[in-house]
Design a protein around this ligand. Structure first.
Ligand SMILES: [Zn+2]
Length: 159
């Protein structure tokens, strides 16, 4: 009798832990690929403006309303989604940069990069500068703060 009661108790326990587990598991947002293409036609004009700044890497995922509205964007360069208003993304001082450190802004985000050995780092940096990579691209490739690369470019008269 006691065993049966114990078993029932254990079953209940298992049910509860299963339930709380499913409640604790965060609901994963569907991949941005699911939305892609949905508003291509509606977002055409805005996409053209974005392309002038990002060469096609940043795309609006949700329907574009106006430049003040925060809508979901997707950046294929750092493979991330973020909410931002068009006026910021198109502003050269507030544009989206593929961040490697914790950015506090809504259009900044973290990219985890493997660390590179110092001499390999310099070699790759020089290679990219010689091959006309943009400062943004170099920062992304090397996983360093884009601001540092940008100021290097400015100092070297490359911008
Ligand atoms: Zn990015």
């Amino acid at each position: 009798m006691a065993n049966k009661r114990q078993r029932k108790k254990n079953e209940k326990k298992a049910q509860i832990s299963k339930l709380s587990q499913s409640m604790l598991t965060p609901i994963r947002r569907p991949s941005p690929a699911l939305y892609h293409g949905k508003y291509t036609e509606a977002n055409k004009g805005y996409q053209a403006q974005l392309d002038q700044v990002y060469q096609g890497t940043v795309q609006p995922v949700e329907r574009f309303i106006n430049l003040n509205a925060n809508i979901l964007h997707y950046c294929s360069e750092c493979d991330s989604e973020f909410y931002a208003a068009g006026k910021y993304l198109l502003n050269p001082h507030k544009e989206h940069v593929c961040y490697t450190i914790n950015g506090a802004g809504s259009n900044k985000h973290k990219v985890v990069k493997k660390s590179i050995k110092p001499d390999e780092f310099i070699g790759r940096f020089n290679f990219m500068v010689w091959n006309d990579y943009s400062w943004r691209k170099i920062a992304q490739e090397l996983g360093i703060n884009p601001k540092i690369v940008k100021s290097y470019f400015e100092e070297e008269g490359l911008l």
